[in-house]
Design a binder for this molecule. Structure first.
Ligand SMILES: [Zn+2]
Length: 173
């Protein structure tokens, strides 16, 4: 398993609902956490590792949880945003876009319904950074990438970096 990089077409493939939480499923999410920490990220969607299911992992500490960092590992399975409000405009990055950061306008608060790794139906309400991360990962599950939501100024700023990534993917560099 590895994190796919833009413009890998697999990043655009939407995830399908998870039918059953098996040991294999849990082993794959554990591997996703490992890759996410290695890349110093705080969220990773299954579609970003070429696994087209509706699940993402989150840990705002961006490193394995300890007593000191206050980190918490969350696995969101078949998640749905059931409420959102407010507006924010913050800079985001994405593990599938190394070196690319840009501003995205999103809801400031979201209410998310999902199943956890034990299959328990869970509802959380978040605002600020966790709310942004949730919306970013939800987009991944639909095959949608953050560059399509960037403000025009950010799109212009990252255009040359995207061209670089496209050339690398095509094997031209
Ligand atoms: Zn991303």
């Amino acid at each position: 398993m590895e994190i796919l990089l833009y413009p890998d077409p697999k990043l655009r493939v939407p995830g399908e609902d998870v039918k059953k939480i098996t040991n294999e499923f849990l082993a794959k999410t554990a591997e996703m956490f490992r890759l996410m920490y290695e890349a110093r990220g705080l969220g990773l969607a299954a579609t970003q590792v070429g696994w087209p299911v509706r699940a993402f992992v989150l840990n705002l500490a961006a490193e394995p949880p300890t007593d000191q960092n206050g980190g918490q590992e969350t696995i969101c399975i078949n998640p749905r945003i059931v409420g959102e409000s407010g507006r924010c405009n913050e800079e985001e990055g994405c593990l599938s876009f190394p070196g690319v950061r840009g501003n995205v306008v999103r809801s400031d608060k979201v209410k998310l319904e999902y199943y956890d790794e034990k299959g328990r139906s869970t509802v959380i309400e978040e605002s600020g950074l966790p709310a942004i991360a949730i919306q970013h990962e939800m987009d991944h599950l639909d095959g949608r990438l953050f560059i399509s939501r960037m403000t025009l100024a950010s799109k212009l700023k990252v255009a040359s970096k995207l061209k670089e990534l496209e050339a690398q993917f095509a094997g031209e560099v």
